[in-house]
Write a protein that binds this ligand. Sequence first.
Ligand code: 5GP
Ligand code: MG
Ligand code: MG
Length: 197
Amino acid sequence: MIKLHDLSFEPYISEEEIDAAITRVAARLNEDYQGESPVFLGVLNGAFMFASEVIKRFNGDCEVSFVKLGSYQGTESTGNVETLLGLNHSLKGRKVILLEDIVDTGNTLNTINGILEKEEVAGYEVATLFYKPEAYKRKFNIKYVGLEIPNKFIVGYGLDYDGLGRNLRQVYKRKENNMTNLVLFGPPGAGKGTQAT
Ligand code: 5GP
Ligand code: MG
Ligand code: MG
């Protein structure tokens, strides 16, 4: 278990599982974009590790660019997506692969869709390391997904909790509050013999 600011987190997804997920995504990208010279567009800050690992595994010519957006405060999406650092060169006529750390509500994606529509790109797909299908509110199809996860708050591998945790090599999830168990079963040791094990 680890503590970041006021919250506790427990190990959730191992380095090996993350690595295997990225390898699967990269294999599909290599197949689908053979000879295409796409532009990888990473979304900062969260996607920096995923972007680096996917791009390293891409065999053909490609360009790399980043945009910086923000919507999260603490462990909740504010719904307000701000562009903190926009595109610095034209993507007109290019095939773009957006690289995201995680797709949650889809609000960030929706903002980027708007930006890319104005750019008149030739094609546009999303590759995300993590995806929360239960939280997703948009229609846009996410073609490349590393791992689907339930609607839980995670940190590590680029993802932060108020600035901390991005450097962690594995992914942790917010530790559930144990109050319900305490109410149902009493403190450890209480009701010995009848407690569910
Ligand atoms: P969306 O706009 O899809 O709701 O959320 C996108 C952004 O919110 C992600 O790129 C990420 O920065 C942040 N986010 C969403 N879910 C999580 C989560 O479980 N953990 C962390 N650390 N950030 C998240
Ligand atoms: Mg992100
Ligand atoms: Mg964040």
